[in-house]
Ligand binder design. Structure first.
Ligand SMILES: Nc1ncnc2c1ncn2[C@@H]1O[C@H](COP(=O)(O)OP(=O)(O)OP(=O)(O)O)[C@@H](O)[C@H]1O
Ligand SMILES: [Mg+2]
Length: 284
């Protein structure tokens, strides 16, 4: 489904742009939560964004700036207070998106295998294919031998890996990932970053990936977005042009990587301080 205003956002004439219309288009997005004292908390304001199909788009920003809110809106779990979100769904046989939530989102009453199979079972994928996909992604996250365990028997990092396997096994057109590696130890984080890169480089799914780590954003992304302190809007939007395939250790030693990371950190640091001041002002 194309959409004229979405095409205009990426500078396309409506007629010519059907094939090239963005996968995700957000225009003048505003989102307010009800505050505890009867006021409102403006989480997002005036946010515009167009993500082309197949782009790996990373979002960084201070705590509380609205990153998770934005992902929930993109997933259709919340509705905008104002503005528009258009998400193009190309293949009705595949789910439009899967989300890896911040923190633990495994189903405690299902085994690891059943957790990973969940989306596939929901859309009645044939059993043989389901079993094969679940095995592939459990291998990928190193949890095949825990297939019959329940989430309560796993560590936090292992549960996070189950959530990741569940989202990837579901084979969505868009992966929405909210700090998916934040609770992992350094070694597992590196392994899963590389694995995600490998999968993305073969499948080229559209990814919106929220992270607190500028290094992670520059290692994984085609593009990095920096959000302001609440109400969140985009302060910086840059392409990350480092060649692929990327190797974390080689890349981090390059001056261009360090320069870009430092430049973004300078902006982020200012927003982190502003975010603290905003939170100090108390409850709306
Ligand atoms: N259910 C809610 N009710 C009221 N306010 C909320 C709710 N969820 C989030 N907020 C507020 O909205 C703002 C944005 O929250 P959000 O979770 O999107 O931030 P975030 O950027 O993901 O932060 P973090 O980096 O800490 O995960 C915060 O200031 C938060 O206090
Ligand atoms: Mg969050």
């Amino acid at each position: 489904m194309g959409c004229d205003w979405a095409n205009e956002m990426i500078g396309m004439a409506p007629a010519a742009a059907q094939a090239a219309s963005p996968k995700i288009a957000v225009q003048h997005l505003e989102f307010a939560y009800p505050g505890a004292r009867g006021g409102t908390i403006m989480a997002l304001a005036g946010l515009n964004l167009a993500v082309p199909d197949g782009q790996f788009c990373c979002i960084v920003g201070p705590s509380g700036c609205g990153k998770s809110t934005l992902l929930r809106l993109l997933a259709g779990l919340e509705q905008p207070t104002r503005g528009n979100i258009a998400v193009r769904h190309d293949n009705p046989a595949l789910p439009v998106n899967s989300m890896v939530f911040q923190g633990d989102s495994t189903f405690p009453w299902l085994t690891v295998r059943e957790n990973v199979a969940y989306g596939l079972a929901q859309r009645h994928v044939p059993a043989a294919l389901r079993v094969a996909r679940v095995a592939t992604f459990l291998d990928m996250v190193g949890l095949r031998s825990f297939s019959d365990a329940y989430p309560g028997q796993l560590s936090g990092g292992m549960r996070q890996r189950v959530s990741l396997a569940r989202a990837l096994a579901n084979d969505p057109e868009i992966l929405l990932m909210d700090e998916p590696f934040a609770s992992l130890d350094e070694q597992n984080r590196l392994l899963l970053q590389l694995e995600l890169l490998r999968i993305w480089e073969t499948e080229r799914k559209t990814v919106v990936f929220v992270t607190h780590s500028i290094d992670e954003a520059l290692l994984l992304g085609d593009r990095v977005l920096l959000m302001s302190a609440r109400p969140g809007r985009l302060l910086l939007d840059e392409l990350v042009a480092f060649p692929r395939p990327r190797d974390p250790y080689t890349l981090k030693r390059e001056a261009a990587f360090g320069d870009m990371a430092y430049r973004i950190w300078e902006l982020l640091r200012r927003e982190v301080n502003r975010a603290r001041d905003i939170e100090m002002q108390g409850v709306a």
